[in-house]
Design a protein around this ligand. Structure first.
Ligand code: SF4
Length: 229
């Protein structure tokens, strides 16, 4: 199997200098996704686990962690577990990015994961529209179970994050999302790239106003709200 791989990043793991491994394959079709071509790209230009390990071994003085992202890493539990084992052996901290759709896999790997970033994409009542139809029977149960599970952990070991799509994360969706978490949760709001970009000063001002409004709403649910631009 081949993976997408980024040799180093300062933005994918808070407080750490990390490499990022992308496991291809996702059960969602978010319109703003940056990794839609990941599967084809990984097949053509991807890295094998052996190549990644060799690089990490050489770079281990520069790197402090690895972010395992996707796609959706929890769709392939055996691959995910294998990556975690290999990266732990290199003494690197491990962050997992997940959309929360496989709560049992999340629970099973968590003892070996140092930090989890879970997406909260939209209101629960609209979630099914973002996912593959096969997910319908269990998606919301899994989503809520993943959130509940993370809320029981120490707040510094996880974050929730919401991409501020004007459509999927509008004010109603932010309120519904806020009601899922608690005030100690770290909630990162990230600017949406990929949907319509502001074209002029007026649109930029409007965008700024929208982002600030999103932060204000989020702050009514969490004491730890951050905006990633
Ligand atoms: S869950 Fe993540 S990887 Fe999957 S489609 Fe959405 S943004 Fe892309």
């Amino acid at each position: 199997m081949k993976f997408g791989f980024l040799k180093h990043s300062l933005v994918d793991y808070p407080g750490e200098v990390c490499a990022v491994v992308f496991i291809p394959g996702c059960n969602f079709h978010c319109p703003y996704c940056h990794n839609q071509n990941l599967e084809a790209d990984a097949k053509q230009n991807g890295w094998t686990l052996g190549q990644i390990e060799a690089y990490l071994h050489d770079a281990r003085r520069l790197l402090t962690g690895v972010c395992i992202s996707g796609g959706e890493p929890t769709l392939q539990p055996a691959v995910l577990t294998q990556l975690i084992e290999h990266f732990k052996a290199l003494n690197l901290k491990i962050k997992l990015d997940t959309n929360g759709s496989r709560s049992e896999v999340l629970k099973s790997v968590i003892p070996d994961v140092d930090y989890v970033a879970m997406d909260l994409k939209t209101s629960p009542k609209r979630y099914l529209k973002l996912a593959h139809p096969n997910e319908a029977p269990s998606l919301l149960t899994n989503l809520h179970a993943s959130v509940r599970f993370l809320l029981q952990r120490h707040p510094v070991t996880y974050e929730f994050r919401t991409t501020l799509s004007p459509f999927w994360a509008d004010e109603d969706a932010l309120h519904d999302t806020g009601r899922m978490i608690n005030e100690e949760s770290r909630w990162y709001l990230q600017r949406c790239r990929g949907e319509a970009e502001p074209q002029n000063a007026f649109e930029r001002l409007e965008e700024e106003h929208r982002l600030q409004r999103a932060v204000d709403i989020a702050k009514s649910y969490s004491k730890h709200v951050f905006l990633r631009r």
